[in-house]
Design a protein around this ligand. Structure first.
Ligand code: N01
Length: 542
């Protein structure tokens, strides 16, 4: 059996940087990637309109000053082709492809207590043994297609936004059905509406979304940003979200009605998240209600048909589902070729050969797009069939997500030398992922270097430490509104799934401080096991 130092799963933002850093440390490292090229979610999410809603100049690696200077983003928000181009550039620039095995699915990763190594099986029938097993699968790589009755009977073309074909898809002259109005649906719907003969949007929950305000960067902004990246990076590292935006200082409730409206209007006109307008929108229901009402009023102003406007108007607490940015979403429902179908009041009964049936009627179309999201956070991890000491499966340890317990969102007890980049109970789902990924990769790299320098065979988080961390995560999120609703954050989007809120919401800067302190204190909360006295040099090396 082949023996290497480290195995990383996934060649997206996480896996690429992890590979780069471990190679620099001199570790033999292999990345297994299911796709036939780099990119991770940005390789698979090629649906029309796919974009990131973090601004381009902040949604990139910051570890290499040279890379920051040589790469220039064109638009405020990067679309999928631009991000994929960037990640390809990174893969080439750092010569990463030679250690990535593409078109390979990890089918299991089991910890062998005897050899104290991870045995990782892949779908090519091989097993590789590694000292360290690192997940770079992210939170959003396991797409969810609801188990509708008759799913296989549809005779037309069928797509999921999370695994879009590489060949161009042409909806011209076609009747199209889109199920789902989360970030993906909201980005895809305006673009598909412009191509399709007719578009049916099947909406279960109306969404709060505000204009992204996407536009080309001007040269002066790029010049300034590049000149000041050092300072900007420091602001990103210390911030709540991982971007350098200054946090709001004022309460929405201290402002007059007119001041609030003009603050919200300024964000609406410029684009970006409304949550940036006041400091207490996610901690105070009354403050939050003012933001929700602002968007509800906008919907009424934009959408001409009052019945459609009403159906598009959300009533849940703003921000308890991930707030969305869009380009012309509500306006799309003024088009003659777009029909909104409320599948909350009249649920989907079945998919038929020619479309779908709700409790109120039949809809016929030629192509069906599932924009139904992901089995978030635990889905991609459970798919790896990770088993730790005594053969315990991660899935069983976390009882399907309802009892997620991690230490810092990076490690979990019973799984030595297993690291999760942007794992549950880290800030990842709510932060600028590029920054959160870098932080985890660097923390893991430092940790592995420490183990090797101190001739330590393994690291494993302590049960008490992860219980305390999980409790702390819950206390912090319970003090906000984030965890109070039904969302994919809590597993409510998947039938039968119930998940504890899996995000550390104290913010990127606070979290970084805690992780750094754990490291500075010799990995407090972890058990470090030395190699046995009689271990040979080769075993200690690898
Ligand atoms: O998924 P979602 P997404 N019948 O879960 C509906 C990232 N992302 O792919 O709200 C009918 O948000 C579901 O309805 P409901 C980003 O983190 C980022 O859109 O559960 N409908 C919802 O409307 C984002 O948050 C970007 O009632 C069903 C939709 O499907 C995350 O990915 C772009 C249903 C799913 O929405 C996920 O976004 C794209 C059913 N049985 C994605 N099941 C950017 O950077 C589900 N739905 C901008």
């Amino acid at each position: 059996m082949e023996r290497i130092d480290a195995i990383v799963v996934g060649a997206g933002f996480s896996g690429l940087y992890m590979l780069h850093r471990l190679r620099e440390e001199g570790l033999s490292t292999r990345v297994f990637e299911l796709g036939d090229d780099v990119g991770g979610v940005w390789y698979w999410n090629r649906y029309p309109g796919a974009k990131c809603d973090i601004e381009s100049v902040y949604y990139n690696y910051t570890f290499s000053p040279e890379l920051l200077q040589e790469w220039t983003w064109e638009n405020r928000y990067p679309d999928q082709p631009a991000i994929l181009k960037y990640l390809n550039h990174v893969a080439d620039r750092f010569d990463l492809r030679r250690d990535i095995q593409f078109k390979t699915r990890v089918t299991s990763a089991h910890y062998d207590q005897k050899s104290k190594r991870w045995l990782v099986q892949t779908d090519d029938g091989k097993t590789v043994s590694a000292k360290y097993f690192i997940s770079g699968v992210g939170c959003l790589s396991s797409s969810n297609t609801p188990k509708f009755k008759g799913l296989d009977s549809f005779q037309g073309e069928c797509f999921h936004t999370g695994s879009w074909p590489h060949e161009p898809v042409d909806f011209k002259g076609k009747r199209v059905g889109v199920i789902g109005t989360g970030s993906s649906g909201i980005q895809a719907i305006p673009v598909i509406a412009k191509q399709a003969q007719h578009l049916y949007v099947f909406q279960r929950t109306p969404q709060y979304t505000i204009p992204a305000g996407n536009r080309p960067y001007d040269e002066a902004f790029i010049r300034d940003t590049k000149a000041n990246y050092g300072a900007i990076k420091q602001q990103m590292l210390q911030s709540w979200s991982g971007t350098p935006k200054k946090p709001p200082e004022r309460s929405a409730l201290d402002a007059t009605e007119q001041e609030r409206r003009s603050a919200y209007e300024a964000v609406w006109q410029d684009g970006g998240q409304l949550l940036s307008a006041f400091k207490d929108l996610m901690t105070n229901l009354d403050a939050n209600a003012t933001a929700g009402q602002f968007i509800r009023d906008k919907i009424g102003e934009i959408v001409r048909d009052p019945a459609v406007a009403k159906a598009l108007t959300p009533s849940y607490v703003y921000g308890t589902k991930r707030p969305v940015l869009d380009t012309g979403y509500y306006e799309t429902f003024n088009r003659d070729n777009v029909t909104l179908v409320d599948v909350k009041s009249a649920p989907v009964v079945e998919i038929t050969a020619n479309g779908l049936r709700t409790t109120e009627g039949d809809y016929e179309f030629d192509a069906l797009v599932f924009a139904t999201g992901y089995d978030v956070v635990t889905g991609p991890l459970f798919r790896l069939d990770v088993r730790g000491k005594e053969g315990v499966a991660l899935k069983d340890k976390w009882a399907n997500g309802s009892s997620i317990q991690t230490y810092l969102g990076i490690a979990t007890s019973g799984f030595p030398n297993f690291f999760m980049i942007t794992g549950p109970q880290s800030p990842a789902l709510l932060s600028n992922n590029a920054i959160s990924i870098e932080q985890h990769v660097e923390w893991i790299t430092d940790c592995i270097r420490y183990l090797r320098e101190h001739k330590l065979e393994s690291i494993e988080s302590n049960v008490e430490a992860e219980q305390a961390w999980s409790k702390h995560c819950k206390e912090v999120s319970d003090a906000t509104l984030f965890s109070q609703g039904e969302s994919y954050w809590t597993g409510a989007n998947i039938e039968g799934k119930h998940m504890t809120f899996p995000v550390y919401v104290a913010g990127v800067g606070v979290y970084r401080g805690i992780c750094d302190k754990v490291q500075a204190n010799g990995y407090e909360g972890f058990s470090l096991t030395p190699y046995p006295a009689n271990a040979n040099a080769e075993a200690v090396q690898a």
